[in-house]
Design a binder for this molecule. Sequence first.
Ligand SMILES: Nc1ncnc2c1ncn2[C@@H]1O[C@H](COP(=O)(O)OP(=O)(O)O)[C@@H](O)[C@H]1O
Ligand SMILES: [Mg+2]
Length: 282
Amino acid sequence: MLELTGLHKSIGGNEILHGVNLNIRKGEVLAVLGPSGSGKTTLLRCLNFLEKADSGSVTLLGSTLDMHTASRREIADYRKHTAFVFQNFNLFANKTALHNVTEGLIVARKMPKAEAEAIGMKALKRVGLANKADSYPSQLSGGQQQRVAIARAIAAEPDVIMLDEPTSALDPELIGEVLNVIRQLAEDGMTMIIVTHEITFARSVATDILFMDGGRALVQTDTKNFFEKNDNKRVREFLSSLNERMFLNENDESNKKNISHAHRGGPSHGKRSGMRKKRRRK
Ligand SMILES: Nc1ncnc2c1ncn2[C@@H]1O[C@H](COP(=O)(O)OP(=O)(O)O)[C@@H](O)[C@H]1O
Ligand SMILES: [Mg+2]
């Protein structure tokens, strides 16, 4: 359904992506894993034409676009079939949840307001937030804001949703509600490409795993194979570094301490607390 071939992207003279390929069939969930800085965000942004690739082509539902030369018109047509969920939600602070969901339908798709609102309410219901339709982002938790962003994505009835670390800006206790919504979408057959560090989630929900390292897609394989039979050295190193941080035996008290310690001082902590501060300032 979506096939990417030979994606190259440089930023400021440095090549970030060195010819990435991927493919995903209808109804599949592709989880993109890999260390920080390996190019996952850039890959997703190029795939949605938020960044212009240097070269590469993408075929979606049978039509192929040259990612370097695609016209505005071609990109607009492509985007009718895709939706993007950002790490930091990207909601309009001055619009209600419902208005955030309907904005794109009314402005970009020229849909009558009443029709857009009916679709918007259905989408909010699907993420469990029908009762928050009139709330502004500042009145919602981070988890709820991200669910609104997911409602906005599904309201557009895309063929594929791309999500860039949808839970990494959230406090730990809010991650589950967002993952549950994504899991439900997967069960309903939504095709998704999701960049995530939630390995347990990826393992249980994704059909395929794409492993990025140093701007290359080192491995794309089915999920079972990735976790059980992968003999790629970099993948093994990556998984064992995660194992050390996250999968310590929970019955072992000293390990428990290590886990909470790692969480406090872990690499994502700065980002999370930074986000919290930003949201409070609004
Ligand atoms: N706007 C930018 N300017 C300069 N370098 C960038 C920019 N965006 C990304 N990079 C670099 O590209 C590489 C890949 O980044 P990114 O796609 O964000 O990786 P990931 O999402 O896997 O952490 C990193 O080395 C990063 O520093
Ligand atoms: Mg990223």
